[in-house]
Design a protein. Structure first.
Length: 383
């Protein structure tokens, strides 16, 4: 993967260095001084540690590495990075980038093959997910399960491509990113015409084949169309509630109710401008969104989709962070920081668990939010 990809990559991949530089989030170099070197679960309460250890913790949008250097697929994790993964408490990562453009089909095939190779070289740490039982097997064997996803569906150039990419390991795909596609509208388009006829065919084929439908970045009408069309549950892997924060990337109560009525699950993200419109924005704000979904439709329909890697966006080198911000419309509303204090480190799941305990959640409900709800959903979709 080379620099010529950058004009068509989404946020998950638009981590550009300065003009002419290699694409990378330098996990071991320039950014290292700004990052926690090791996760330290021991600093959290016994109850929080027990909950994280017992639960199947699923982060339903968590790229393993925000890295697009030319050697992205051949690099090896450092001992410190491996230690952070093991200590994070996260059992399942949905590793999804957005790959767009006329050659998305070829690029997604390369992306999947590259990541599969990466996981194979770290097979003592990671397990690539094929079916829902693999989530439980990874937990039992002390490994981290990885779900292969894409934050777009432009790789589906025909209905047959859904089965083709499923055969390559793809288990989850957003219908759109932020922009208009042949399938439907993204969240920052001026107009949202909903699903196209082609989009209808793709949704139906994704359900038939067993690729989880994700509408996190879809526009409001496209989101509702997909939920209403689907026969079974679909997902909002990483978004928040528009009732609490009027942002175009967030979901209305109508969408959340209809998602839940089909058995779907919504993952709450910790991205700062999605959590709150003004300061202070804290982990308590993340819990507010969890509360809202739980009160609106029931605790069984909410989970976590942090929308960041273990270290967060603000740890990026300044030139990359500047380019990332520049890749979005003004409606995204970036503020000085993108991450939330405490949710910007390898132990963010422990931080969130402590906040849920403080809010008065019962152990069973916390385990459901940490991953039980998404485990149920994936078991239904990946039959």
């Amino acid at each position: 993967m080379t620099d010529d990809l950058s004009p068509r990559l989404s946020r998950r991949a638009l981590l550009l260095a300065s003009a002419g530089a290699a694409l990378a989030l330098n996990l071991g170099g320039a950014a290292a001084a700004k990052r926690p070197r090791r996760a330290e679960p021991a600093r959290y309460s016994a109850r929080a540690r027990a909950l994280v250890e017992r639960a199947l913790v699923i982060d339903m949008l968590a790229p393993l590495r925000l890295d697009l250097r030319p050697d992205v697929y051949t690099r090896t994790l450092s001992a410190a990075e491996i230690a952070d993964f093991r200590a994070s408490g996260i059992d399942v990562f949905h590793n999804a980038w957005g790959l767009e453009g006329a050659d998305a089909r070829e690029r997604v095939a390369e992306y999947l093959a590259g990541w599969h190779g990466f996981l194979a070289r770290h097979s003592d740490l990671f397990l690539l997910v094929d079916r829902a039982a693999d989530l439980d097997r990874a937990k039992r064997d002390g490994k981290i399960a990885v779900i292969a996803g894409v934050q777009n569906a432009e790789q589906f150039r025909s209905k047959d491509d859904v089965k083709f990419f499923h055969g390559l390991g793809l288990r989850c795909a957003q219908l759109t990113y932020n922009s208009q596609t042949l399938i439907g509208s993204g969240s920052t388009e001026r107009e949202d015409g909903g699903l196209s006829d082609y989009g209808v065919a793709i949704v139906q084929e994704m359900e038939r084949v067993g690729v989880l439908i994700d509408v996190s970045h879809c526009g409001a009408r496209t989101t509702l169309d997909a939920i209403e069309l689907a026969k079974g549950p679909i997902a909002i892997t990483h978004s928040n509630c528009r009732a609490l924060n009027d942002h175009p990337r967030l979901k209305t109560d109508e969408a959340i109710r209809k998602l839940a009525a089909k058995g779907g699950v919504m993952g709450i993200t910790g991205v700062r401008m999605f959590v709150g419109a003004k300061e202070p924005t804290t982990i308590d704000g993340i819990v507010d969104h969890i509360d809202h979904v739980a009160k609106l439709v029931g605790i069984e329909h909410v989970g976590i989709g942090s929308d960041a890697d273990l270290y967060g966006y603000d740890a990026m080198p300044a030139d990359q962070l500047k380019a990332l911000r520049a890749a979005y419309k003004a409606s995204y509303g970036f503020r000085e920081r993108i991450d939330i204090e405490g949710f910007d480190r390898p132990t963010k799941i422990y931080e969130l668990t402590e906040a849920l305990i403080k809010r008065g959640y019962a152990d069973a409900d916390i385990e459901a939010v940490l991953g039980g709800n998404f485990r149920r959903l994936l078991g239904q979709v990946w039959r």
